[in-house]
Design a protein around this ligand. Structure first.
Ligand SMILES: *[C@@H]1O[C@H](CO)[C@@H](O)[C@H](O)[C@H]1NC(C)=O
Ligand SMILES: *[C@@H]1O[C@H](CO)[C@@H](O)[C@H](O)[C@H]1NC(C)=O
Ligand SMILES: *[C@@H]1O[C@H](CO)[C@@H](O)[C@H](O)[C@H]1NC(C)=O
Length: 394
C-alpha cells in the first residue's frame, strides 16, 4: 500500500516536471487520462513499474485539450519521502490556460502531520498550488486531508474554481480550504468546503474576487486576511462574497488585520449569508494576534466600504463584532437586513450581541440584535477627517 502511494506520488511529480520542462514553449496542459485505471488497479506490476506520462495521454503540444484527473492521488506518509522544507506537494507554475477537471481525489493523508510529535518535517506542505499562472480552471475534483492548506493560488490571474469538494476535520490545524494571494480576477463557486481553518482565505494583493454559492463548515469561515503582519503593507479590493451557507464555524465573514500594518481593504460586499451555530457571524478584527499578546501600534491596514446585506441565522457567541483600529477607524460600513438569533447552546458574551469600537457607517434597516454601536461619521470629527488621513497607498 505504501509503495503504491509512493508510486502515485512519483508519477504525479513526473507529470508536473514534464509540464514544467515544456513550460518554456508556451501554453501547455497536464494530462491524466488514464490515471483512474492505474490508481484503481491492484495488479502487482503497479508496484515496480516505471510510468512514462507520454503513454498515458500527455502531449504537451499546447493544443490537445484532454485534461482530466480521475481516480485518487495519495501522498506518502513516511517522513523520508518528503525531505525538509517542502512547501507544496503538487505544484504548477508559470502556465497559461491550465485546466484540471474530473472526479478525482487528491488525498494528502494529512493526519500523520497534524500533531506536533508526528515525526514529520516541521514545514507542512500545501496539497495543490498554482503559482504565476494565467487562466487556471479547477473543476469537479476533491481534495482531502491536506497536510496544511488544500488549494492555493499565488500570483495568478483569471482563475475559476467550481464544483470542488474540500474535506478535512474541523480540528486539523491550519488546513485552509482555498487560499488566494496576489491574485486577480478569481471566481470561486458551487463548492463544499470543510476544513480546520478558513474555508476561503483572501490575502494581500488580491482584487476582483467573486465567491458565491459555497457551503462552509466545519472551518473558520470566509476570511479576508490576516493582513499587515510584521508591519507589512497589504492591499485587497473589490471582493464579493454572496450566497454562502456556514454551519458551526468559528466566524462567518471576517476581516482580520494585525496592528502596525499599512495599505487597505476596500469595496467588499457580503450578501445572502446564512449561518447556523456560528460563533461570530460578522467580524472585523483589527487587533488580530496569534500570540497571547501583541504590541500596540499606531498604524493599521485601513478598512473601508464594507457592506453586509441579508445575513441571517443563529450564532453562539456574538452576532456582530466590529473591533476597529484607534489610529485608523473603519469607515463606510453598512449593515442591511441582519437577523441573527442567539442559539440555545451559546457561550456567554459580555455584549448584547453586538460590539463596535471605532467603527463608522450606517445601519440601513432594523436589525436583530439591534446594532446601535456603529457610529455615523457626522458624530465624530476624527472619522469625518478620515478621507484625508487615510491616504490609500495601494
Ligand atoms: C470587481 O470585480 C468584478 C469581478 O468579481 C468585476 O467584474 C468588476 O469589473 C470589478 N470592478 C472594478 C471596479 O474593477
Ligand atoms: C494596548 O492598548 C490597549 C488599549 O489602549 C491596552 O488595554 C493594552 O494594555 C495595550 N497593550 C499593550 C501590550 O501595551
Ligand atoms: C445590554 O442590555 C442591557 C439592557 O438593555 C443594558 O443595560 C446593558 O448595558 C447592555 N450591555 C452591553 C454590554 O451593551
Amino acid at each position: 500500500m505504501k509503495i503504491k502511494a509512493f508510486i502515485m506520488f512519483m508519477m504525479f511529480l513526473m507529470i508536473v516536471r514534464f509540464e514544467r520542462c515544456n513550460g518554456r514553449e508556451g501554453i501547455i496542459r497536464p494530462y491524466w487520462r488514464k490515471l483512474k485505471a492505474l490508481s484503481s488497479s491492484s495488479s502487482p506490476s503497479a508496484s515496480d513499474a516505471t510510468f512514462n506520462v507520454l503513454n498515458y495521454g500527455a502531449k504537451g503540444d499546447g493544443k490537445a485539450d484532454d485534461t482530466k484527473l480521475d481516480g485518487k492521488i495519495i501522498a506518502p506518509t513516511s517522513s523520508s519521502a518528503w525531505g525538509s522544507g517542502t512547501l507544496q506537494w503538487l505544484e504548477f507554475t508559470k502556465l497559461k490556460q491550465i485546466t484540471i477537471t474530473g472526479k478525482g481525489v487528491i488525498d494528502g493523508q494529512g493526519s500523520v502531520w497534524w500533531n506536533d510529535n508526528s515525526g514529520m518535517p516541521s514545514t507542512k506542505p500545501t496539497a495543490l498550488r498554482f503559482y504565476g499562472s494565467d487562466g487556471v480552471t479547477v473543476k469537479g475534483i476533491s481534495i482531502q486531508n491536506s497536510q496544511q492548506c488544500h488549494l492555493k493560488f499565488d500570483s495568478c490571474t483569471n482563475v475559476q474554481v467550481s464544483d470542488i469538494t474540500i474535506s478535512s476535520p474541523g480540528d486539523s490545524p491550519n488546513t485552509d480550504g482555498i487560499h488566494l494571494q496576489n491574485s486577480n480576477n478569481v471566481l470561486i463557486y458551487g463548492s463544499n468546503l470543510a476544513c480546520g481553518d478558513d474555508c476561503v482565505s483572501i490575502q494581500t494583493g488580491c482584487s476582483n474576487i467573486y465567491v458565491h454559492d459555497i457551503n462552509c463548515g466545519p472551518g473558520h469561515g470566509i476570511s479576508i486576511g490576516s493582513l499587515g503582519k510584521d508591519n507589512t503593507k497589504a492591499c485587497v479590493s473589490n471582493v464579493t462574497v454572496r450566497d454562502i451557507t456556514l454551519q458551526n464555524t468559528l466566524t462567518g465573514v471576517r476581516i482580520k488585520t494585525w496592528q502596525g500594518g499599512s495599505g487597505s481593504v476596500r469595496d467588499v460586499m457580503f450578501s445572502n449569508i446564512q449561518v447556523s451555530g456560528v460563533e461570530t457571524p460578522i467580524l472585523i478584527d483589527q487587533y488580530y494576534c496569534e500570540q497571547s499578546k501583541c504590541k500596540n501600534a499606531s498604524s493599521a491596514v485601513a478598512v473601508s466600504d464594507i457592506h453586509y446585506t441579508n445575513v441571517k441565522g443563529t450564532y453562539t457567541y456574538e452576532a456582530v463584532r466590529l473591533a476597529c483600529s484607534d489610529s485608523t477607524p473603519c469607515r463606510d460600513i453598512t449593515l442591511d437586513t441582519i437577523q441573527l438569533q442567539q442559539a440555545s447552546d451559546s457561550k456567554s458574551s459580555s455584549s448584547n450581541g453586538s460590539f463596535c469600537w471605532e467603527a463608522y457607517g450606517e445601519v440601513k434597516t432594523q436589525t436583530t440584535p439591534p446594532i446601535d454601536c456603529l457610529q455615523s461619521r457626522a458624530s465624530n470629527s476624527k472619522a469625518a477627517s478620515l478621507d484625508d488621513s487615510n491616504k490609500d497607498s495601494c
